[in-house]
Design a protein around this ligand. Sequence first.
Ligand SMILES: Cc1cc2nc3c(=O)[nH]c(=O)nc-3n(C[C@H](O)[C@H](O)[C@H](O)COP(=O)(O)O)c2cc1C
Length: 191
Amino acid sequence: MSTTRPLFIPVILGTVRQGRASENVARFVLEEVSKREGVESELIDIRQIQLTTMDAGEAIKDSQFSATIGRADALVIIAPEYNHGYPGMLKHVLDTNLKEYIHKAVGICGVSAGGFGGTRVIQNLLPVLRELGLVTIFWDGNFSAAHKLFDADGKLLDQAYVKRIDQFLKELIWMAKVLRYGRENVSLSDE
Ligand SMILES: Cc1cc2nc3c(=O)[nH]c(=O)nc-3n(C[C@H](O)[C@H](O)[C@H](O)COP(=O)(O)O)c2cc1C
């Protein structure tokens, strides 16, 4: 197993909405991931991925997004809750790759205006991620009343989230390491 190469865990900001509170959540999580020793990260803002809406799937791959996902060991998806589901634009972007996701870890941070921390968007996104070949962790981020969680400069107002995200990242990083070992050392035909 490669011990020196850092893990690469990008953070996907899963909405294009003007005024999105999820951007503050994504920047907070990115900062926390980047603090981890041996972990590199970057923000993937789906607003920057220009995809046609006249087609779907791998036919409309964005080469830069595919290369970033291909290089990733794990993903964090920041998923705002829209009518209890995930933004269509997030699904449109995720659908453009397949082999790039296989046997990689993923954790979801749900973001909502209401008090359930995006639990419903998380539940709805899980089967999609499984179908893509990603391995979901059993820990989530839950950001309730997201529009009140940050000040005008995007600074987090409730420090309790630092500890919660620490637990989430511990689990994600463990899973990322285990799956990287598996991808590099364990063949599918091994018994
Ligand atoms: C189309 C739409 C549907 C929404 N549905 C819900 C919902 O079902 N539950 C909820 O708590 N908030 C809902 N919200 C509010 C968002 O969750 C809230 O804006 C939150 O900050 C995350 O989204 P944002 O990053 O776009 O701000 C909805 C917002 C939009 C634009």
